[in-house]
Unconditional design. Sequence first.
Length: 69
Amino acid sequence: MKANKYVEDLRTKSLTDLNEELVAAKKELFNLRFQNATNQLENTSRIKEVRKNIARIQTVITEMKRASK
C-alpha cells in the first residue's frame, strides 16, 4: 500500500518536478552503490527500494508524455 501512495503522490507532480526527483533518486542510488562497494552500507535493501522508485518515476513520466500526445 505504501507504493500506491507514493505513485499517487508522483502523479500529482509536474513533469519538471518528476525529472528533478528522478535525478535525485539516481544520485542516491549511485551513493548507495558506492557505500555498498566500500562496505559502509548497513541497509542493503535500500538499493532495491530506490531502484523500484526510479522505475515508478519513469513509468509516471512515460504515462504523462503519452497522455499529452
